[in-house]
Design a protein around this ligand. Sequence first.
Ligand code: NAD
Length: 261
Amino acid sequence: MTMNKTALVTGSNSGIGLAIARELAAAGYAVALNSFTDRPEDHALAQTLAQEFGVEAVYLPADMADPQICRGLVQQAHEHFGRLDVLVNNAGIQHVAPVESFPLERWDAIIAINLSSAFHTTAAVVPLMKAAGSGRIVNIASAHGLRASPFKSAYVAAKHGVVGLTKTVAIELAQSGITCNAICPGFVRTPLVEVQIDDLAAAHPDMDRDQVVRDIVLQKQPSRQFATVEQIGGCVVFLCSDAAAQITGTTLSVDGGWTAQ
Ligand code: NAD
């Protein structure tokens, strides 16, 4: 167990982020959950984690589309726990459309939430981690940080940006006891992907939903299986462990072989 260590996971009231928070809590970290909403059920998620794993947990509402709010979230988490050992940049959204008709507002939102937020939280956390002499930054990129797919121009651009940011931050901090890595999941069955399955099913009325999953979505992944949210959470815990102290500036693919092709 990792006693007294603390972690902030952005975009963690759902899907991969929530599972990362759960795996970190199971490993003994106090965790700060986040999303842009401020509902009783968001705060209840933190209470559930605290009860289930016997760690401190708090939900901090903050919109990762806003640079100052991103930076403020890091300060808030640090003030709440008195230390911040782990930052996981996970918040993300998707929009699928041809480049020539890609809505400007969606482009701006995806770049802000999926890429710029990681820059702002990292800029805010680095002085705190440097003062502590250690820290772990884990960015949830994507197979789309390494490969492209049509109609995902903003997402692919943002995730390639996250991989570039990860490498740059890692070498800047290489002698400071702080590591920075990116996890690149393939398809994981979360609300973000269910929406894409719905859209594909609507575009292929000749196929049922299972066929869409098997023949279109998982066609990218040689394993023909989704990665699970728990597997992504487990990889974050590994990158935060002592075994990973010399792993920095790299990408960890969890994609059933997608990017080996
Ligand atoms: P999800 O929709 O379940 O989770 C996204 C999270 O981000 C939610 O908690 C949501 O509330 C939060 N969020 C969205 N906008 C926000 C904002 N403005 N401020 C704060 N939080 C915000 O989807 P997911 O699949 O769990 O995605 C999590 C991350 O994993 C994303 O960065 C996504 O790009 C990445 N990813 C997902 C897959 C996949 O197949 N599901 C694959 C590769 C990478």
